[in-house]
Design a protein around this ligand. Structure first.
Ligand code: J2J
Length: 542
């Protein structure tokens, strides 16, 4: 049986001992790691954000000063702090300060809006929320004011940039202080942060990651992706997402003593000049962006020759698109199939080209246990397609404060049910064939239909709704909401539903791409809505 602590199940002691004995868990914390790097090479550049360049020494000092300031304001080990920052240098100052005092960042994405942020703050009983002033044209301070009025635990709002008019908001620059304020430091086995799950349920699940386990995923990734102190990593995707954070991501590169360069926008016009100027060696993209980059590569007016490795993951990268990477960008493609819950698979840099373009890689660790099973949890043979279950040194044993959900998402003996449908090749590489979870993968951004359905159902004219995936040449999948209006409702335009979802404060990527009005849903044999039939209808109607 899985020992269930109040907040999150953890590894049984025998597993923890094994992972330590094998040298996977090195007994480091993020706080100590940065101190060590800063002591070893204080003058090396750690973070580049536009014209700003912070050395390891400076990042370390900034994190220390901010840790003092947070501690002075009563933020303590175990407290949750919702962090919603775009790709700016302060993201690292903030998270390392929180890591140092053992407070847990909750990694919101810049696209999240009122519904998601209020939920994160309420559910985690967050004591603070950290925002930019305005990002991508959206005023996060106004959102913070609203959320603070609704969530009593939320004592503090810290703003990166102009704090604006709300007297309850504090500019981040006012928090840092030089005098040491004592605080209780975290242990390597303690939680470091809460990451967000892509989700298939009404509300996103929170993923509890420890210093020990996450740090292993970083240096394990570094070995596989050849990241070292010469590496220059470009953060193109939102910095807080698990992929650009850890595979090998900004934190992996900082672990290795390399350089992290922040990219404010993912388009080639923004990214290519930065690659040229900073001599970027490695970056990670979701498939739709990889398509845009490979289209733009051959005629680019910028020198991209420093780029060695392009990681592509988050959603299935088609073989055809994968073959275009080297000719277009003259770098090695590394496919990555990962999840914020843990398991990360990579194609290896020296794999044969056929393996690189036709598989999604193999696990980081020799002690990642991977099972491919049928609907009855019976193991299948190599080459057969089934459900992927996994357990290992950096895969969680349960979501945070979700005991009921955990019974469904994990087996009795602690394997995580990924919801992915895969096939294993004789070399141990995985090919993602599909999905069994009710989730839409919109170009790497995950949409839980139930979450969107719940919002649409709140519309007074809506009787019922079902949200399904529609195939899309660019994004892989897009979303379509099938809506049944109330018998007495006036006819509506699709845009009215989209507007309603947006105004309710859901991230823009969750607003249905298409809305169709119908009189009934196809049913399964047992009288449930048949999403399978709806998906076929949606695909045929395109
Ligand atoms: C098909 N599906 C994929 C791939 C993820 C590295 C890379 C990605 C993520 C990530 C991550 C896929 N082909 N190459 O955290 O560290 C789908 C699967 C998986 C889900 C996880 C990382 N790569 N997927 O995407 O938590 O369905 O993490 O279970 O956002 O994305 O989503 P997420």
């Amino acid at each position: 049986t899985i020992p269930v602590s109040i907040d999150a199940p953890t590894w049984p002691e025998e597993f923890a001992e094994r992972y330590r004995a094998l040298g996977y868990w090195r007994g480091e914390t993020f706080g100590s790691m940065l101190h060590e790097r800063a002591a070893a090479h204080p003058d090396r550049i750690a973070i580049v954000d536009g014209e700003r360049r912070w050395t390891y020494g400076e990042l370390d000092r900034r994190a220390d000063r901010l840790a003092n300031g947070f501690a002075a304001r009563g933020i303590a080990k175990g407290d949750r702090v919702v962090v919603q920052l775009p790709n700016v240098a302060e993201f690292f100052e903030v998270v390392f300060a929180l890591f140092r005092i053992g407070a847990l960042p909750v990694f919101a994405l810049p696209a999240h809006r009122e519904t998601e942020i209020r939920y994160f703050c309420e559910f985690t009983e967050a004591v603070a929320y950290i925002v930019p002033d305005v990002a991508a044209g959206f005023d996060h301070r106004a959102l913070a004011t609203k959320v603070q009025a609704q969530v009593p635990t939320l004592r503090e709002v810290f703003v990166v940039g102009d704090p604006g008019a709300d007297p309850a908001h504090t500019p981040l620059t006012d928090v840092a202080r030089d005098d040491f304020v004592p605080y209780d430091e975290p242990e390597p086995s303690d939680l470091a942060f809460l990451q967000l799950s892509g989700g298939s349920t009404g509300v996103p699940k929170l993923i509890p990651r420890t210093h020990d386990d996450y740090m292993y995923s970083l240096w394990g990734s570094n070995e596989i992706c050849a990241v070292d102190e010469e590496s220059v990593f470009l953060v193109v995707l939102p910095a807080a997402h698990n992929f650009p954070l850890s595979s090998p991501g900004s934190l992996g590169v900082l672990y290795a003593g390399g350089r992290v360069v922040l990219c404010p926008q993912p388009d080639p016009e923004t990214a290519f000049p930065i690659i040229e100027r900073e001599r970027v060696t490695i970056t990670g993209l979701v498939p739709p962006l990889a398509l845009v980059w490979t289209d733009a590569g051959p005629t680019a007016r910028y020198d991209l020759s420093s780029l060695d490795v392009l990681l592509v993951g988050g959603a299935k990268f088609s073989e055809e698109a994968a073959r275009r990477v080297r000719p277009a960008l003259n770098c090695t493609l590394q496919q990555v199939f990962g999840m914020a819950e843990g398991l990360v698979n990579y194609t290896r840099l020296d794999d044969p080209v056929e393996t690189i373009v036709t598989t999604q890689g193999r696990p980081i660790s020799g002690h990642d246990e991977v099972r491919v099973v049928d609907d009855e949890d019976q193991d299948l043979d190599v080459g057969e397609t089934g459900h992927l279950l996994t357990r290992g040194p950096y895969t969680i044993r349960g979501y945070w404060r979700a005991p009921e959900h955990n019974k469904r998402s994990f087996t009795e003996d602690g394997f995580y049910r990924t919801g992915d449908v895969v096939r294993m090749t004789p070399t141990g590489h995985l090919v993602v064939e599909g999905r069994a979870k009710d989730q839409i993968n919109r170009g790497g951004e995950k949409v839980a239909p139930e979450e969107v359905e719940n919002v649409v159902l709140a519309h007074p004219a809506v009787h019922d709704v079902s949200v399904v995936a529609v195939p899309d040449a660019y994004l892989g999948e897009r979303t379509c909401a099938y809506v049944i209006l109330r018998a007495d409702a006036e006819p509506l335009k699709p845009v009215a539903i989209k507007k309603f979802v947006r105004e309710r404060g859901l991230a823009a990527f969750k607003v249905p791409d298409r809305v169709e009005f119908v009189h009934a849903f196809p049913q399964t044999g047992i009288g449930k809505v048949s999403k399978k039939d709806l998906r076929s209808t949606a695909a045929a109607d395109q």
